[in-house]
Design a protein around this ligand. Structure first.
Ligand code: XUL
Ligand code: CO
Length: 438
């Protein structure tokens, strides 16, 4: 049988002037930026589901791409062919990590015992493939949203039996993550939410989701999982209301249920924008709470109100993302391309073009974010903007050495404060443009 992607070369770095579609223009793995190699700043990961499984099906039409990789779909031979294709793909691009859902790896059987047997078999095969390479698992997860049994959620299901099946899948997915040396374990609350309050006990459901997470932490730690658990917030889709709306909501939930020591955030760009935030906002909220763990690297479409999972090409957003990541001192996780080719981009070359685009976009973002920090004008402006808290009454407020009555007396004596100083937004935006394009 022919080698996967045999007509595609190993992707070289050729620099910004290159017109070669199968070369990196900005991602230069060994280049040192802000004291570290680009490849260390940017632990990229391949998403098994989009890259090796999704073939362009949408609500209005069937597959456009051929992801059979020379085997009959729905067989273990196909599962192995996907492993072969995935490793060939990652090697050619220099992608060092992969992320998976349990059911991305094997066809799901009717009986969970048989599914688990298949997962044992394929994970042995993946382990074999990993030997002699520096390719590693970034994170694993359980798909608890596709099977009809999860129509009302997994941890949040009204059915205790369904809860048990969710538990069984989480247990197995944790086993696989540990077996493959995964850095993290993700909970994306696929259907953990509701459609109508007329049939839903929100408090009961949220308590049960927390119970499932506690059970997962206890089990994970008992089998030697030392990595981070992640919540991946998303406000809607598939459910109308999803409980993990955004980073702030998810962090509050984790604290309420005593899960905040074991969990961090896996922030996805397109999920943040669906929540009405910028990508940077959810990164900042995670970072200031010490919970910026990992990133699902993609982007949405300003004109579409759903999760389009496009490959990131917006350099402004990538720059502001990397600005947050650099300021936070890096990620414990990595940058998982939870992104898919557009339906009409159905060839093997398109799969490579997509990753080259995504990796180059984040490399550019890294370079520009490092330059913004080095430039220092943004930091200096923010620092000075809060200068009134450095001395006098401001310093007393910060140190907590005052009372409401004292502050009220101060205000009365003042009569009226001066305006708080210009925000200078347009000036700051022109600094960003200057650094990006100057
Ligand atoms: C769905 C999504 C998932 C998670 C993993 O919007 O982002 O693919 O990343 O379950
Ligand atoms: Co995602």
């Amino acid at each position: 049988m022919s080698e996967p992607f045999e007509n595609i070369p190993v992707i070289p770095y050729e620099g910004p002037q290159s017109k070669n579609p199968l070369a990196f223009k900005f991602y230069d793995a060994d280049r040192i930026v802000a004291g570290k190699k680009m490849s260390e700043h940017l632990p990229f990961a391949m998403a098994w589901w989009h890259n090796l499984c999704a073939a362009g099906t949408d609500m209005f039409g069937r597959d456009t791409a051929d992801k059979s990789f020379g085997a009959e779909k729905g067989t273990m031979e196909h599962a192995r062919a996907k492993v072969d294709a995935g490793f060939a793909f990652m090697k050619k691009l220099g992608v060092k990590y992969f992320c998976f859902h349990d059911v991305d790896l094997v066809p799901e059987a009717d009986d969970i015992k048989e599914t688990n047997r298949r997962l044992d078999e394929i994970s042995d095969y993946i382990l074999e493939k990993m030997k002699g390479t520096d390719i590693r698992c970034l994170w694993g997860t359980a798909n608890m949203f596709s099977n009809p049994r999860f129509m009302n959620g997994a941890g949040s299901s009204n059915s205790a039996d369904v809860f048990c099946f969710a538990a069984a899948q989480v247990k197995k997915a944790l086993d696989l993550t540990v077996k493959l040396g995964g850095r993290g374990y993700v909970f994306w609350g696929g259907r953990e939410g509701y459609e109508t309050l007329l049939n839903t006990d929100v408090k009961f459901e949220q308590e049960n989701i927390a119970r499932l997470m506690h059970l997962a932490v206890d089990y994970g730690r008992s089998i030697g999982f030392t990595g981070d658990f992640y919540i991946e917030p998303k406000p809607k889709e598939p459910m109308k209301h999803q409980y993990d709306f955004d980073a702030a909501t998810a962090i509050g939930f984790l604290r309420q249920y005593g899960l905040d020591k074991d969990f961090k955030m896996n922030i996805e760009a397109n999920h943040a924008t669906l929540a009405g935030h910028t990508f940077q906002h959810d990164l900042r909220i995670s970072a200031i709470n010490g919970m910026l763990g990992s990133i699902d690297a993609n982007q949405g479409d300003m004109l579409l109100g759903w999760d389009t999972d496009e490959f990131p090409f917006n350099v402004y957003d990538a720059t502001m993302c990397m600005y947050e990541v650099l300021k936070a001192g890096g990620l414990t996780g990595g940058f998982n391309f939870d992104s898919k080719n557009r339906r009409p981009s159905y060839t093997e070359e398109d799969m490579f073009h997509a990753y080259i685009l995504g990796m180059d976009t984040f490399a550019l973002g890294l370079l520009k974010a490092a330059a913004l920090i080095e430039d220092g004008r943004l930091d200096k402006f923010v620092e000075e903007r809060y200068a009134s808290y450095k001395t006098g009454v401001g310093a007393k407020i910060r140190s907590g050495e005052t009372t409401l009555a004292e502050l009220a007396a101060y205000a009365e004596k003042l009569g009226a404060p001066a305006l708080p100083g210009s925000g200078r937004q347009e000036y700051l935006e022109s600094i960003v443009n200057g650094v990006l394009f100057g």
